[in-house]
Design a protein around this ligand. Sequence first.
Ligand SMILES: C[C@H](O)[C@H](O)[C@H]1CNC2=NC(N)=NC(=O)C2=N1
Length: 98
Amino acid sequence: MSDKLSDTARKTTLEPLLENGWSMVEGRDAIHKEFKFGDFTEAFGFMTRAAIWAEKWNHHPEWFNVYNKVQITLTTHDVDGLSSLDVKLARKFDGLVG
Ligand SMILES: C[C@H](O)[C@H](O)[C@H]1CNC2=NC(N)=NC(=O)C2=N1
């Protein structure tokens, strides 16, 4: 389990994600990003790789897929808000497509 992100951590670790396509979800302490791929196979390939990391770190995305798009919301249900695990997973997901 991870603590809710401190104000300092939000500046240092969340800010870079918000400059890289992630945005705050309105009304929730959560971040969101839409990933777009060439087709469904590529999108599902990404989801498969992402799922393996999520399971390894026991931290799971809320996500929605249609064809070549994957919309992802990250938050930590155990603390009812963002934690360092969300930052860690967001960075990993960005890395999988980068
Ligand atoms: C019992 C189990 O460890 C918890 O429910 C984990 C599983 N995956 C999780 N994923 C996310 N996103 N938030 C959590 O609080 C969380 N908790």
